[in-house]
Write a protein that binds this ligand. Structure first.
Ligand code: HEC
Ligand code: HEC
Length: 466
């Protein structure tokens, strides 16, 4: 309890990075928010009306699995003849950026109301409540993301965080978090909306309302055009390569993201493109998928199946540069695969041993990302940046004048470093020097990492302004 009070004080007063007498590092990004039924009461009292509040407010629903949640929201895969539209993706530039890869894909399920047949794809199962709804899920973080627009209403964002039995034990291991085990056996859950999360690292609107308050809230898909790089499909070259890597690990039987294995080959990026087009959402800084894939392949014919030589693409450089200078959120990586060849092979074998019961321990499937990809996914700064450049690339996504200026977060501005007064710059230095697993560490490990040299360069750039 003391810890929570300390965290709230910090946010309000912007004082010490952490209360001095509290030497326990709090790594929970949401520890200052209420949980469970208390949080549900706060959220439901807001009175927003949409398919999510209809399903999850009212008498406490019993949700012990992902499938339970999908059933409540009308998107369960319980009828082979009437399947919701969905797509798997082998690399996400969203919240689960560290968790998602071909061997632990993200799943986006799309649920549209009845509409005229002007869209491109199979319509999938239609909703009868008029809402436009989507769920995004990836194993690893115990989070389920949802976005919903009620008829003529505002797009709202929801995050459901669940716990499993392992949360009450010492800790959750890779097998708890990265296998079918994490999709069921839920013991408790908390539901947050975009308002609850506004001043947290998991703020949805930093990306889903990129131009800030008063501007459109959008569904997102960065690779919006054919061949929808990183989105799995049997009918694109890249999508097929990713799907092969997925099936090598999980086989054809495993239910993934609530979707029975036999239905997974129906993964279809067009359903997500249709969601974005149906909602009429302009996408900023679009990843020009047809150009990037062509350029990468022209430079190296082994791509996309063999990414051991990282690709090169002038079209991609432009969208990446927009993120480096803080104009846009990071675009996805230029290559179809983000995985390191050797790590992919060893983790594929390890999952096989776990699946066959040969071993009960599983290595962390998320530890599969290729070194070249880390900086190009903006998990690390672009090589060669100076201290100021590092601060812009690593901080501006959340600290810029476009976003909500009433949040305490806005007191630090990464795009106008000279505008931060001395106290704010000192606070930024304190935050940069905290340990990586501290929830107050900047940049947050959830999205970014800096080497000790890069921290030093960023600190020096802030000190220089004195
Ligand atoms: C760092 C930017 C970022 C943040 C933060 C973020 N999203 Fe997203 N979101 C995306 C992108 C990009 C996509 C497209 C799919 C992908 O790349 O994984 C997406 C996809 C989604 C989808 C699937 C439907 C769609 O729009 O394509 C849902 C649902 C969603 N996000 C909900 C949320 C919620 C809820 C939060 C906050 C808890 C959130 N997102 C935070 C960037 C973000
Ligand atoms: C993914 C989003 C995100 C990124 C990236 C990020 N921050 Fe933050 N930052 C936040 C949030 C949310 C808060 C408010 C909550 C808190 O105080 O921890 C915050 C708070 C701060 C504060 C305290 C503001 C105040 O006066 O209370 C400073 C200073 C700061 N960040 C500096 C940085 C620096 C420096 C970087 C890059 C090296 C960075 N941040 C990157 C999300 C981010």
């Amino acid at each position: 309890m003391l810890k929570v009070v300390g965290a709230v004080m910090l946010v309000v007063l912007g004082c010490e990075p952490r209360p001095a007498d509290d030497d326990v590092v709090d790594g929970d990004l949401l520890s200052d928010l209420p949980r469970f039924e208390t949080q549900r009461a706060v959220l439901c009292a807001r009175g927003r009306e949409n398919a999510v509040t209809t399903a999850l407010c009212g008498p406490q629903p019993s949700i012990a699995s992902l499938v339970d949640l999908q059933q409540l929201l009308g998107i369960a895969f319980d009828d082979d003849d009437d399947v919701p539209g969905f797509s798997l993706l082998g690399h996400s530039s969203a919240l689960p950026v560290r968790s998602v890869s071909a061997i632990n894909p993200g799943v986006v399920i799309v649920s549209l109301p009845a509409h005229p047949p002007e869209l491109n794809g199979r319509p999938g199962r239609l909703r009868d409540d008029g809402n436009t709804f989507s769920m995004a899920y990836a194993r690893g973080d115990q989070l389920v993301e949802m976005a919903v627009r009620p008829p003529d209403g505002e797009l709202a964002f929801y995050l459901l965080r669940y716990e499993q039995g392992c949360n009450d034990d010492v800790s959750c291991d890779a097998a708890d978090l990265l296998t079918p085990q994490t999709e069921s056996g839920w013991t408790r859950w908390s539901l947050y909306d975009d308002e609850d999360l506004g001043n947290s690292v998991l703020d949805c609107l930093q990306c889903h309302q990129p131009h800030g308050p008063g501007t459109p809230r959008i569904f997102r898909m960065q690779e919006l055009e054919n061949p929808w790089t990183h989105w799995m499909a049997t009918f694109t070259i890249g999508g097929h390569v990713l799907l092969d890597d997925y099936f090598d690990v999980h086989g054809l039987q495993e239910t993934f993201g609530g979707i029975p294995g036999a239905l997974l080959p129906r993964t279809d990026p067009v359903s997500v493109e249709d969601l974005v087009r149906f909602d009429d959402d302009d996408q900023p800084n679009v990843f020009p998928a047809p150009f990037v894939e062509r350029e990468v392949q022209n430079n190296n014919r082994a791509q996309p199946a063999d990414n051991s030589t990282p690709g090169v693409s002038a079209s991609w450089d432009l969208v990446y540069q927009a993120a480096v200078v803080g104009d846009a959120i990071p675009p996805p990586y230029h290559d179809v695969k983000i995985t390191d060849f050797a790590k992919l092979a060893s983790l594929t074998a390890a999952y096989g041993s776990w699946r066959s019961g040969e071993t009960s321990a599983l290595p962390d499937l998320r530890d599969v990302i290729d070194d070249d990809a880390l900086a190009h996914m903006s998990l690390r700064p672009r090589p060669g940046l100076d201290g100021r450049g590092i601060l812009v690339h690593m901080c501006a996504q959340c600290h810029n004048a476009r976003l909500d200026q009433t949040l305490t977060r806005a007191r630090f501005d990464a795009l106008n470093l000279d505008n931060n007064d001395r106290a704010e710059r000192l606070l930024a230095i304190d935050r940069l020097l905290l340990s990586q697993d501290d929830r107050f560490r900047m940049p947050p490990h959830f999205f970014r990492d800096l080497s000790p040299d890069e921290v030093e360069a960023a600190v020096a750039a802030l000190r220089e302004l004195d």
